[in-house]
Design a protein around this ligand. Structure first.
Ligand code: SAM
Length: 400
């Protein structure tokens, strides 16, 4: 029996006319299901392309390599437009920006020991099976070149049966590696790992929550400042995506003299903004604020930057605190920022740059600001999660 694919789910799987979900299909396609649940394409969409990566068939890391770039761009923008339309909002969209291939600067690989050594890769879709990805088209060449090193590390770090997680961040100072494993860190292991990091020219090696060795600070450059993020701390997925979001934020904030950066992380936006404004950066993680503060102290030609550690879900900045600023940047996690948005709405702030990675909470939070008199001037969708169903966006909101 054949099925016609009618739409894509928010995770990018095809939804057929009878409701069946068929991954790796596109709207308009006629497909038949094989006994293993994969799709045989009977009538392909004009937007179907040959996957650029030879691992796509087996690897679950990417969901949308079978679709043309312009289709993915349209689809992602439509997801955001629908989330806003649900609140009666139909803003101007800037043409979507997609990060290039091989530009993801952080990846979480899995590692497992094998009879002959170890294997490092990504999981197959919805599966425990690990797939080696020596020609992955997503991550930076430096991350890719690190896979043999990660395999050697897996031999040291993984038990015979268990799997370990390896979060690797690209930095010009060398790879920054965070190992998550059940194995205890002994003195003997510490010595071995320090030698390992030196041999492989890592910038830093962290074992669960203990940094074993920092040979060079794994710095990230945020405008005028060089910041060393804590191991595993949030970082925009690609440098290119970060630059696009930053340009949007800087344009919205303009020359505002006093700016508050809410959910500031390690200062992705705070430090560039500090070139022209006095900035207060508010963030829940004390280690990130400490990293930002060190980055600011080493930066040249910047105005005052004050870092505050505060839980903005439980204790959002109140209107009287917000009224000291001319403009706000807000970039919450996927849950959005309902409480902080409510006090922003009640404040006298008239310029907001909103950055988000979740269309649903973005729609809700933007709608709350619009209800408080803001105009949603434009939205720019940025695809720094190429071939995945995720999106990122920056929006300009102002009120008279
Ligand atoms: C999407 S990231 C953005 C970080 C930063 N703006 C950037 O671009 O690098 C969201 C940030 O919110 C912080 N966060 C999460 N929950 C929080 C809370 N309840 N209060 C304050 N910050 C929180 C996270 O630690 C993270 O740094």
């Amino acid at each position: 029996m054949s099925l016609i694919i009618e739409s894509l789910t928010h995770l990018g799987a095809g939804r057929a006319n009878d409701g069946t979900l068929v991954p790796r299909t596109l709207p308009g396609e006629e497909v038949a299901l094989r006994p293993d649940g994969t799709a045989q394409i009977l009538m392909p969409s004009a937007k179907r392309v040959a996957a650029p990566c030879r691992h796509f068939k087996t690897c679950g890391g990417c969901a949308l390599q079978h679709a043309a770039d312009d289709f993915v761009a349209d689809w992602k923008q439509t997801v955001v437009a629908r989330a806003l339309y649900a609140h009666g909002l139909e803003p101007e969209f800037r043409p979507m920006h997609t990060s290039p291939t091989q530009s993801r600067r952080r990846a979480k690989f899995s590692g497992r020991r094998t009879k002959s050594g170890a294997m490092v890769g990504f999981h197959a879709r919805a599966s425990d099976v690990l797939v080696a990805v020596p020609e992955c088209q997503l991550v930076t060449p430096r991350l890719l070149a690190g896979i043999p090193m990660l395999e050697a590390l897996t031999v040291i770090a993984a038990s015979r049966r268990g799997e370990i997680a390896l979060t690797v961040t690209d930095s010009t100072a060398g790879l920054d590696v965070l190992v998550q494993t059940d194995q205890r860190l002994t003195d003997q292991l510490r010595i071995e790992l320090a030698g390992f990091a030196q041999h492989h020219k890592l910038s830093r090696l962290t074992w669960v929550d203990e940094t074993v060795v920092t040979l060079r600070d794994p710095v990230q450059i945020f405008g005028p400042g060089a910041v060393t993020p804590p191991p595993g701390a949030f970082l925009q997925a690609t440098e290119d995506g970060e630059a696009t979001l930053r340009r949007g934020v800087m344009e919205i904030i303009g020359g505002a003299p006093k700016v508050v950066d809410l959910f500031a992380g390690c200062g992705t936006f705070s430090l560039p903004l500090a070139q022209t404004a006095e900035v207060t950066a508010v963030e829940g993680e004390a280690t990130m604020i400490a990293a930002l503060d060190r980055g600011w102290r080493s930066a040249k030609g910047v105005k005052r930057l004050t870092g505050i550690t505060r839980d903005l879900f439980r204790r959002p900045l109140e209107p009287d605190e917000l009224n000291r600023f001319d403009a706000a940047v807000i970039d919450p996690p996927r849950a959005g920022a309902a409480a902080q948005i409510a006090t922003l709405a009640d404040s006298q702030i008239r310029t907001v740059a909103m950055v988000s990675c979740n269309p649903v909470t973005f729609g809700r939070d933007v709608a709350s600001l619009v209800a408080a008199g803001f105009t949603l001037n434009w939205v720019h969708v940025v695809d720094q999660f190429r071939w995945s169903p995720h999106v990122e966006m920056v929006a300009s909101l102002t009120r008279a």
